[in-house]
Design a protein. Sequence first.
Length: 326
Amino acid sequence: MSFTEPAGRPGAADYHSPQSRPESWLDQAATIDSEVARYFLVSARCGCFMQAARSLNVRSTLLRKQLAQLEQQLQHSLFSFQGSNLSLTREGQQLQARLITLAHERKLPIIEQPLIRLAIAESILHDILGRDLIALLRRNASLRLEIIALDSELSLRAVSADIVLWLAPGESPTPGPTFTTIEPQHLARIEYLPHIAKRYSRVTARPETPEDLADFMLVQWQHDRQVESFRPWNELVEQRLAGVVQMQSYELMLEMIRCSACIGLLPAYMSRFDRGLTALPGLFAETMQLHAWLAINADSKNVPETKVLTELIQQTFNERHEWFQP
């Protein structure tokens, strides 16, 4: 199967006259646009148009259109399908070898991608942004991205990044990044409540007061010990002489709550993220909350990749606005 050779049409060998030299069409390789040549070489290397499009950061429809036009220009079929596997035809292999030789001669440019550093609160990365970020990377395999998890105020102050997404205790973005940013944007107010796995808690036996928690094991993420607005929860955990687990890993804390009948402090939206968890409201008189803030490094604000990631973050929070309702 090829782009240009429908069923019943003469084969590639019929495209040139008997008088022409068998390899004369290869002379056109030097005139192929460098971008189209790169499309062909990456597709040949990947053996998959979808993966090639991801690597090139272009739409697969555009990639296939350009390659179809290349086949028409050369009047030869370059790709064929054997079952579900994409491979090069004999002419495609010849063109690949010629373009590789030309690439060494004329140094076809490799487009370097800027390194984008995203510093983000670990819980936001795991609960809110992770899935959409993975979807972005599936569409763009050429992106150069460094993700820095923020697990403390100290790490926030020490970090240098292009984009920062952090949690602050009040309605102002302090404490925030120490480098120069454009004006921070408030994304959401996030309430926090104790949570338990539904399968380990009957409705009639769920705790309603802090004293009722005495019969349950409590689990605490170490980062939360530094959060002043979590004082009611932290004091309860500190008073415990037994039945408490403290850990550095956010994901492991979630697993403890899901699988070990533990109760832990989580964002109130968690039951939307994981329907196996349920919140326990009313245990504390004081509201425990944090605010999500987004800031862009002033030196990176005009970088296209920074804009793409910023728009992704904003869109994700907008789509999940119901998660943050009281």
